[in-house]
Design a protein around this ligand. Structure first.
Ligand SMILES: Cc1cc2nc3c(=O)[nH]c(=O)nc-3n(C[C@H](O)[C@H](O)[C@H](O)COP(=O)(O)OP(=O)(O)OC[C@H]3O[C@@H](n4cnc5c(N)ncnc54)[C@H](O)[C@@H]3O)c2cc1C
Length: 386
């Protein structure tokens, strides 16, 4: 798996997957991307197509209905989808890396048997409920509580900005909650909440700047009662376990961001050869060609950063710093490239139906979600002993 770093070529199974997803993104995702963005509608038909291809099961073993691939395969799929439509890519990223992965990593046999086949099939989605109105970057500030009562957890509180939490196929939300105190510190645990549990409500969806076709809701929990066995992983390890999930997730968000950055290059290179001003293609002006060359360099550098972080992760080596670096440089590449691409498209770049305009609106959240740019810098600094 790590050979590609030295040879510059992907092994055949990865290359074939990337090409298949590229084809799907062009044929199935691209034609409806502007419509779902304008209507703020969840792309159920696209999600069903991704489910048919097995994308929601990519990094999971076959015994749970997965494809038996790995996390790097997921990243390649996210890069290809991210080129065309970030909303679709984040739906897959959140479904796999934030939704199903906590169950796979920390669930017991019974929980895995119950949930993973549904989630890996892509016919059901799970959401990841960490962020709260008063706890974002400082996620340890969780106020949601879970109290044991006669063999059940009673959950009260709220979550904010939760992806995939209110679709027609959302079946599960995994939440962090305070389950007690240890030496004066909050004991935070993770609990599985089936979406049809009374007292659980996905409030009306947000009106966002971008990622309009991705599903995002505030969540409320009022005396939500679930069996004690719905504890996911060890009691008191919930926060630490979610941080591990976020370390991995940063590589996936970096891959999605590289897709966005590359999508902007592809659109710009094509447009700069077609669009004429002053009697010649605008790409003949070095000012425009250099801009696109720099965009390509950003995308390329960010790709090597996420490949490197993924290689370390799959080799079982520490990857926290490299994942943070990949997320940092890739999200900035997406933001910078989408701004440059919009400039290259001129007035058309400001029209919502154009892909570069969508990337311009969509890319900002890449610098915020799954840890802001400042949080990545904190993580990198800490790894340097600062
Ligand atoms: C569309 C969308 C989807 C999301 N999906 C999910 C999801 O599925 N599940 C989930 O749990 N969460 C989700 N989130 C939440 C996301 O992870 C948080 O918004 C993010 O972590 C930042 O938290 P915050 O919004 O509370 O900002 P804050 O933590 O309040 O930060 C505000 C600003 O202060 C800066 N800052 C904070 N502390 C420091 C510091 N110590 N040093 C320097 N700067 C600092 C931040 O970098 C940021 O710029 C989503 C958010 C959005 C917008």
């Amino acid at each position: 798996m790590t050979d590609f770093l030295s040879t510059g070529t992907l092994p055949a199974e990865y290359r074939d997957l990337a090409l298949t997803v590229r084809d799907f993104a062009r044929q199935v995702v691209a034609p409806v991307a502007a419509k779902h963005d304008a209507e703020h509608s969840f792309p159920y038909e696209v999600v069903a197509g991704m489910a048919d291809m097995g994308l929601f099961g990519l990094p999971f073993p076959e015994e749970y209905g997965g494809m038996g691939g790995d996390y790097f395969a997921l990243c390649l799929a996210l890069e290809e989808l991210g080129k065309i439509d970030q909303s679709v890519a984040i739906t897959l990223e959140a479904g796999v890396s934030l939704g199903a992965m906590p169950v796979y990593r920390f669930g017991n046999d019974k929980q895995k048997q119950e949930w993973l086949p549904q989630l890996t099939s892509g016919r059901a989605l799970a959401a990841f409920g960490l962020t709260e109105p008063g706890a974002g970057s400082d996620a340890g500030g969780t106020r949601t509580t879970a109290v044991l009562d006669g063999g059940d957890w009673i959950i009260n509180g709220s979550k904010q900005f939760i992806t995939n939490s209110g679709t027609d196929i959302t079946r599960l939300v995994t939440v962090t909650a305070v389950t007690g105190q240890n030496d004066g510190k909050k004991e935070i645990s993770t609990i599985l909440v089936p979406a049809d549990t009374p007292g659980f409500v996905a409030e009306p969806a947000y009106n966002k700047v971008g990622w309009n076709a991705s599903d995002t809701h505030p969540l409320s929990f009022t005396d939500v009662r679930v069996p004690q066995e719905n504890l996911l992983g060890e009691r008191g390890r919930g926060y630490a376990n979610f941080l591990r999930i976020l370390d991995e997730g940063r590589i996936a968000i970096a891959a999605l961001s590289v897709g966005a950055a590359q999508g902007c290059v592809d659109e710009s290179a094509r447009y700069a050869q077609e669009r004429e001003a002053f009697g010649r293609p605008i790409g003949r002006n070095q000012a425009v060609a250099f801009k696109i060359a720099r965009m390509e360099a950003r995308a390329h550098a960010a790709r090597t950063a996420y490949y490197d972080a993924a290689a370390l992760m799959l080799a079982g080596k520490p990857f926290k710093k490299e994942a943070a670096i990949a997320k940092l440089v890739a999200s900035e590449a997406a933001m910078d490239n989408s701004r440059d691409a919009t400039q290259i498209f001129g007035g058309y770049g400001f029209m919502n139906e154009y892909a570069v305009a969508r990337h311009y609106r969509d890319s900002k959240i890449l610098e915020i979600g799954e840890g802001t740019t400042e949080v990545q810098l904190m993580l990198i600094g800490r790894e340097l002993g600062l």
